[in-house]
Design a protein around this ligand. Structure first.
Ligand SMILES: [Zn+2]
Length: 320
C-alpha cells in the first residue's frame, strides 16, 4: 500500500523533494539541518508511529512524539492506494502557491486591520507601531478555519505574510485569537512549505544576522535594533527546529547570532553548529521580545550579551 507524506507539509517538510522507491520509506531534505537526502522516514504504519532519522544532524523520532498535533489531525487517514509521483507533488505545491499569490489576500487582511482601531491597538500592544504594521503588511481576518482532532473550528486571526527576498509571497502565518486548548495558536497556508519571516526583505547581506523564533520576536528585536537598520537582518524561524536554508543564508553576514527561547537551547546549539561559519548562541532567561517590551533589555545591554555569548564553530569537535 502506497502512502503520502502530505500531512508533514504542516511541519515544514519539503514534501515534493522527497523520493521513494517503494512508497513506504522516503528520503529527502531534513527539516532541521536542510541536509539534502539526509532525512529518512518510514510511512509503513499509522502516522503517529512513522519514524524518521536524519543522518546529517541526528534528528530522529516518531511523528506522534515530535509533532503530536499533526499525528492527531491525520490519525484516521487511510494510506493512499495511488502512487503519487514526485512531479505530481511539485505541481500540487506550485499550484497552491500560485493560488495564494493570485489571491492577494494578505493585502485584504492588511486593509481590514488598518480600518479597525482595535486591531491596530492589538499590534501596538505587541510592540508594533502603526507605520510598521503597514511596512510588514500585518493584517486581520475574521474567519480562519482550522482543524484540530479532525474537527473544524473557526477563529479570527492576526495575519503575517512571509515575503521572500524577491518580494514574493511564500506563506501566511495566522495567529489565532481563539484556539482550542492544546491545538497551538499558529496556523499557516496548508500544502505550502513553511517559510521564515524576514524583518528586512531587501537586506541580502550585511554586518549582523540575528535568528529568533517566530515573526513577532523578529519584529520586536528588529525595531530595537533601529541603529543597525540597513546592515542587520533579523530572521524569525517558522519553528525552533525549522532550520532549512538558514546556514546558506547566514554565509552572507559577517556575524551570526542564534537567540532561541530559553527552553530551545538544544535546538539553538544544533543550529549554531550547522552554520558554515562561527555563530553565537545567545541565551536570555526570558523570551527576547518579552525582555525588550518589559524594558529590561536595552540596545547596549543586548549588544553586550551577544558579544559575551558562547561561539560555536563547525570544527568544534576537533577540540573535544
Ligand atoms: Zn538533519
Amino acid at each position: 500500500m502506497k502512502t503520502t507524506l502530505e500531512p508533514l507539509y504542516e511541519v515544514g517538510l519539503r514534501v515534493p523533494a522527497f523520493e521513494s522507491t517503494d512508497g513506504l520509506s522516503w528520503r529527502g531534505p531534513c527539516p532541521k539541518c536542510g541536509g539534502h537526502r539526509r532525512f529518512l522516514i518510514f510511512t509503513d504504519c499509522v502516522i503517529s508511529r512513522w519514524n524518521f532519522k536524519c543522518d546529517g544532524c541526528g534528528f530522529k523520532g516518531t511523528v506522534g512524539n515530535t509533532w503530536p498535533e499533526v499525528a492527531q489531525h491525520h490519525h484516521n487517514d487511510k494510506p493512499s492506494h495511488q502512487s503519487v509521483t514526485l512531479d505530481d507533488r511539485k505541481k500540487e505545491e506550485e499550484k497552491r502557491l500560485s493560488e495564494l499569490q493570485a489571491s492577494r489576500k494578505w493585502l485584504r487582511f492588511h486593509a481590514r486591520a488598518m480600518e479597525d482601531p482595535d486591531i491596530v491597538t492589538r499590534y501596538q500592544e505587541r510592540g508594533i507601531p502603526q507605520e510598521w504594521i503597514s511596512y510588514w503588511l500585518l493584517g486581520w481576518t475574521d474567519t480562519k478555519f482550522y482543524l484540530f482532532e479532525r474537527e473544524k473550528y473557526q477563529s479570527s486571526a492576526m495575519t503575517i505574510p512571509k515575503i521572500g527576498q524577491n518580494e514574493e509571497i511564500l506563506n501566511i502565518d495566522y495567529r489565532l485569537t481563539n484556539y482550542k486548548k492544546g491545538s497551538g495558536k499558529y496556523r499557516h497556508e496548508f500544502g505550502i512549505p513553511v517559510a521564515p519571516f524576514l524583518a528586512d526583505t531587501s537586506c541580502k547581506e550585511g554586518e549582523n544576522l540575528y535568528i529568533v523564533e517566530g515573526a513577532f520576536k523578529a519584529m520586536v528585536l528588529y525595531l530595537m535594533l533601529e541603529q543597525e537598520h540597513g546592515e542587520s537582518q533579523v530572521v524569525g524561524l517558522a519553528g525552533a527546529g525549522t532550520h532549512s536554508g538558514i546556514a546558506e543564508y547566514g554565509k552572507h553576514f559577517k556575524n551570526r547570532s542564534v537567540i532561541l527561547d530559553p527552553d530551545a537551547q538544544a535546538s539553538a546549539e544544533k543550529l549554531c553548529k550547522g552554520m558554515t561559519n562561527e555563530t553565537k548562541q545567545v541565551f536570555f532567561p526570558t523570551k527576547v521580545d518579552d525582555a525588550i517590551l518589559a524594558k529590561d533589555l536595552s540596545y547596549s545591554l543586548f549588544k553586550k550579551i551577544v558579544k559575551s555569548s558562547r561561539t560555536h564553530n563547525k570544527t568544534t569537535r576537533r577540540f573535544t
